[in-house]
Design a protein around this ligand. Structure first.
Ligand code: FO1
Length: 323
């Protein structure tokens, strides 16, 4: 058991989670932040191993993310995609020229036998990132979206079909046999974390794949670090991505209350505190009836200062674990 744990663990998908992670990295001491990242979106494309959420975290923490586009690198060029198009190749999933280097290098390392966690740490080091970025597992897990048009691999649903098909559920191929990130599990068992934050990422396709890894939710429950969840739904809308649309299609109604209910029902006893936006303050009492503390603040992260403010607020909201 670590004497006085200082480190913070954040569970994250792509853009929304990366914003809070950047705020946390800014307000914590170098090396105190560990981010456990969804890999259910990963796939092999054009012979390359693509890890979209890991790369969003790496590029964001390195200050190199293309914020307007929401993925990839800033200042990107597209000569390879243009040339591929001329050859009649597949261009529905666009890999920028500079981003391509990440996929080439990662794929080469994996083919040579390296684990995804080691390759990710090496990428973070080479990008000058002091925080620790961990893939949720080194084993293959693939998110499948069940839709009115059949079962779709995640990137076919998300990018190729632009999230248009109505969803009826999700599954995570390979998850039953996947081992959660070994180093992270060791740190959890050693009591290394002062608090665990679940970022404002999509609960169904970004956070559920992480929490459903065998033994992970149990390890979080068993620890003394409080678990704080930030709602990805603000005033009935997802700030980014299809979370609100998915909730409507699943018959839940899109609201912060339903997100809280999802976490309480799927992972009883896991969440200690739920952070909602000021615009949802009227939901606080009903969320509190689920048996969690509720903290209200501005959760919309537009500027760097917004990200830092939300990070500080979440760290204060953590307090100590409710019993
Ligand atoms: N998202 C898109 O909407 N269109 C793309 O062509 C696209 C390419 C892409 C390439 C590399 C990468 O790391 C991410 C990319 N994304 C693209 C984003 C990605 O599909 C999603 O952000 C995540 O999977 C959802 O979190």
């Amino acid at each position: 058991m670590t004497a006085t744990p200082r480190d913070i663990l954040a569970l994250s998908g792509g853009v929304g989670g990366a914003k809070l992670a950047l705020g946390l990295a800014d307000v914590l001491a170098p090396g105190e932040l560990h981010v456990l990242v969804n890999t259910g979106d990963d796939f092999t494309h054009l012979g390359l191993q693509i890890c979209p959420d890991i790369d969003t975290l790496l590029y964001t923490l390195a200050g190199r993310a293309n914020q307007a586009q929401g993925w990839g690198l800033e200042g990107e060029s597209w000569a390879t995609m243009d040339a591929l198009e001329q050859l009649g190749g597949e261009t529905w999933f666009r890999l920028g020229d500079r981003d391509m280097a990440t996929h080439l290098w990662r794929s080469q390392q994996l083919r040579a036998g390296a684990q995804l966690s080691a390759v990710t740490s090496a990428l973070a080091l080479r990008m000058g990132i002091a925080s620790h970025v961990h893939p949720m597992t080194d084993d293959p897990v693939h998110t499948i979206v069940h839709t009115g048009r059949g079962d779709l691999p995640f990137q076919h649903y998300f990018v190729r079909d632009r999230c248009e098909p109505a969803v009826s559920g999700f599954s995570f191929d390979g998850i039953a046999l996947a081992q959660p990130n070994v180093e992270l599990m060791r740190r959890l068992h050693d009591g290394a974390f002062r608090a665990v934050l679940i970022c404002p990422s999509n609960p169904f396709v970004s956070i559920d794949p992480i929490l459903q890894l065998p033994g992970l939710a149990a390890a979080l429950r068993a620890g003394s670090a409080p678990v704080v969840v930030v709602s990805p739904i603000v005033a009935g809308l997802a700030l980014k991505g299809p979370a609100a649309k998915m909730m409507a299609e699943l018959g839940m109604g899109a609201s912060a209350l339903e997100v809280a209910r999802h976490y309480c029902e799927q992972y009883p006893g896991l969440m200690d505190c739920f952070v909602i936006d000021e615009s949802d303050a009227t939901l606080a009492a009903e969320i509190g009836e689920l048996g969690v503390a509720v903290a209200v603040t501005s959760t919309v992260m537009k500027s760097r200062a917004d990200k830092q403010d939300l990070a500080r607020f979440c760290l204060q909201a953590c307090g100590s674990r409710q019993q």
